[in-house]
Write a protein that binds this ligand. Structure first.
Ligand code: MBD
Ligand code: FE
Length: 282
């Protein structure tokens, strides 16, 4: 037997009380948002005839997500991070700010305080025996195309197993995390190792939610960037290595066509030797 009680004055009065509308203290915006959120959820319970068992299993899932600090992991999986980016893109368009590298999501695995270097950094600790050497080089330019010297380029990425330092305890502190200040021509170079894609831990609460939706928790191989300089908008972005099976099937919805880069593989011993192993390009 289904019942509908949401629209009754009793439930509406109850919601008003729960959201603190009849109290002087508290925060007005919080009250408004909580009232809307609770209204939507109460109505959902009515409309879908949610059972008590379903409700408490959802509470248990939220507890599990919180205790394993996985809200930040489920969030991109449910599209919130990308949705916020779509809104920022729309805000930029509205303000007639255009051009430059597109933004994409930060994700939950950034850690502040990475070692800082000028022009060049080696990012890997040399411990990943499966890690294949990767050189990353680029130039920070403003939207008019002028190089930006002294820009801060923060780079972080996974190892050959798809794990990130700090979250993967087998890696050294700040492995594959560096801050590089661009040189006088706005350029930066990093020596690192090719990352593998990331997968949501199997059986974890985030995985439980994705599985219930018939979805996977895989991300293609990617490299995260923050790029910042005084007087310029902060850029949060990523690059994707072309050719990954998940490039356009990313559980976090972070891939953008313009951010997929074709890496060039070199087997040329002379070219490889011409790169200083611990310094910038010769
Ligand atoms: C990642 O490495 C990531 O970048 C995102 C967005 C989500 C989970 C893991
Ligand atoms: Fe990532």
């Amino acid at each position: 037997m289904t019942v509908k009680i949401f629209d009754t004055p009793e439930v509406q009065d109850f919601l008003t009380t729960v959201a603190g509308f009849d109290q002087d203290g508290g925060n007005e915006r919080t009250k408004q948002i909580m009232h809307r959120l609770l209204s939507d959820l109460y109505r959902l319970i009515d409309d879908f005839d949610v059972s008590e068992e379903e409700y408490w299993s959802a509470v248990n899932l939220l507890n599990a997500l919180g205790s394993q600090t996985q809200f930040g992991l489920l969030s991109p999986g449910l599209g919130f991070d990308h949705y916020l980016d779509m809104r920022q893109d729309a805000i930029d368009a509205e303000a007639k700010r255009s051009g430059g590298t597109p933004r994409t999501i930060e994700g939950p695995l950034y850690v502040a305080g990475a070692p800082q270097a000028e022009g060049f950094a080696r990012m890997d600790d040399g411990q990943d025996t499966d890690g294949e050497t990767m050189w990353l080089t680029g130039q920070v330019r403003d939207v008019e195309g002028n190089p930006v010297a002294g820009a801060k380029v923060e780079i972080w990425h996974a190892n050959s197993k798809g794990g990130y330092s700090f979250f993967d305890q087998t890696q050294s502190e700040y492995n594959l995390r560096r801050t590089i200040l661009t040189d006088s021509e706005g350029r930066y170079t990093a020596r690192s190792i090719i990352p593998s894609g990331y997968g949501v831990p199997v059986g974890a609460p985030t995985d439980v939610v994705l599985k219930a939706l018939g979805r996977h928790g895989e991300r293609p191989a990617h490299i995260h960037y923050f790029v910042s300089a005084p007087g310029h908008q902060h850029l949060t972005t990523q690059i994707n290595l072309a050719g990954d099976p998940y490039t356009f099937d990313d559980f976090a919805f972070a891939t953008r066509e313009e951010l997929v880069v074709p890496a060039r593989r070199s087997e040329d011993a002379a070219e490889i030797a011409s790169r200083q192993l611990d310094g910038p390009f010769a």
